[in-house]
Design a protein around this ligand. Structure first.
Ligand code: BGC
Length: 365
């Protein structure tokens, strides 16, 4: 028995030395991919996944002004298509008093209540933002208190919605007089306001200059554990905004611009997205692409190629995304014909390759 024990010990020692030798002889592992910290905000950002903007509804200058009302059917369509989450742009500034205490109207709250109820019923997370606060971009000093007050009211009203189902996005596309520097100064006030009643709510923040990737370097994040950073992407602008009425007559000169998916075109996109991803890893925050899309005046095959290329980059680099938008000029759904724009839907949500695009007139026999 003793012998057996000794032999077993010797065997085990030999085995241990062998394994230790193998282990130490292993080459140095190659640099590991930085694993995303498994925080609340990363987890929730991941669950936003593939999302859709309900654009041109509650963000219009007045309700219905852009021909589309918010309606629960939008959730049906979004869910049927296979989107994971919704970004709900709201022009709160058009529905709040001009004077202190800047009371938000019960009518807009009722609509947003309905949308959030609808989303909760389906377990679809919503990103609720402040959209088109045009006045603050011209005169921040006159409007910053009003924005803080709007967030006080919104944050109080929705404080009991689970963090998993509601993200607050502080302000869409700061620009003009709301410079990156001024935005950095306002941010801690806004985050503090939300935190009073929403201690762990994920809060989304975008950089200045229309949430552009190029402005990320100027963004100073307030110290807070539950932030998600969101950027918007519409490059090349002359392609995505060709014929866009709101850009002005120069956009007509861009009509006919294609996006062929050449190596150079793809490399341009990759450069931007990798820059954003590197910034986010360095800062330790999850990243969302809250808007991207190409207007319907571009040819459909180019739109589909560009849309798929952007989606692929977001997914490769671990970013959640929201396509701009569901049912208007960029729409994935055609409300008058009650059908999906299949090419765009496939580009966004399809698994297989895009169907071959028809040859351009120059290539046609
Ligand atoms: C604006 C929309 C516009 C889109 C593309 C959004 O941020 O709110 O009105 O259609 O960008 O330009």
């Amino acid at each position: 028995m003793n012998d057996h024990l000794r032999r077993l010990t010797l065997l085990l020692t030999a085995l241990f030395c062998l394994l230790a030798g193998i282990t130490t002889a292993q080459p140095e592992p190659t640099r590991p991919e930085p694993a995303p910290p498994s925080t609340h905000a990363y987890r929730i950002n991941q669950s936003l996944g593939r999302g859709i903007n309900f654009g041109n509804t509650l963000d219009a200058p007045s309700l219905g002004a852009w021909g589309l009302d918010y309606h629960p059917w939008m959730f049906d369509v979004a869910q049927r298509a296979g989107f994971d989450s919704v970004r709900l742009p709201v022009r709160w500034s058009a529905h709040a008093d001009e004077h202190r205490p800047y009371r938000v109207s019960p009518a807009i709250f009722k609509l947003v209540d309905d949308a959030i109820r609808e989303a909760r019923r389906r377990g679809m997370p919503v990103v609720l933002n402040t959209h088109h606060y045009d006045e603050i971009f011209e005169d921040p000093a006159a409007h910053e208190d009003r924005l803080v007050s709007i967030w006080q009211q919104v944050a109080a009203r929705y404080r009991s919605v689970p963090d998993e189902l509601l993200v607050f996005e502080l302000l869409n596309e700061p620009h003009n007089e709301l410079t990156p520097e001024r935005w950095n100064e306002l941010l801690p006030r806004l985050v503090e306001t939300v935190r009073k009643q929403n201690p762990t709510r994920p809060v989304m923040i975008g950089p200045g200059n229309y949430n552009s990737i190029a402005a990320l370097d100027k963004l100073e994040l307030p110290s807070d554990d539950h932030l998600i950073v969101s950027v918007h992407f519409y490059n090349p602008f002359e392609f995505t905004h060709q014929g866009a009425e709101w850009v002005g007559p120069r956009s007509n000169d861009w009509l006919g611009r294609e996006w062929t998916g050449s190596d150079d075109e793809r490399a341009e996109l990759r450069k931007s997205f990798e820059r954003a991803a590197a910034w986010a890893v360095e800062k330790g925050v999850p990243l969302n692409v809250g808007e991207f899309g190409a207007y319907s005046k571009a040819d459909t095959a180019s739109r589909a190629r560009w849309t798929r290329a952007v989606r692929d980059l977001c997914e490769e680099l671990g970013m959640s995304w929201h396509y701009w938008e569901l049912a208007a000029g960029f729409g994935v759904w055609n409300p008058s014909q009650q059908r999906f724009n299949e090419e765009i839907k496939q580009a966004l949500l399809g698994e297989g390759p895009l169907p071959d695009s028809p040859p351009s007139p120059a290539e046609a026999p």
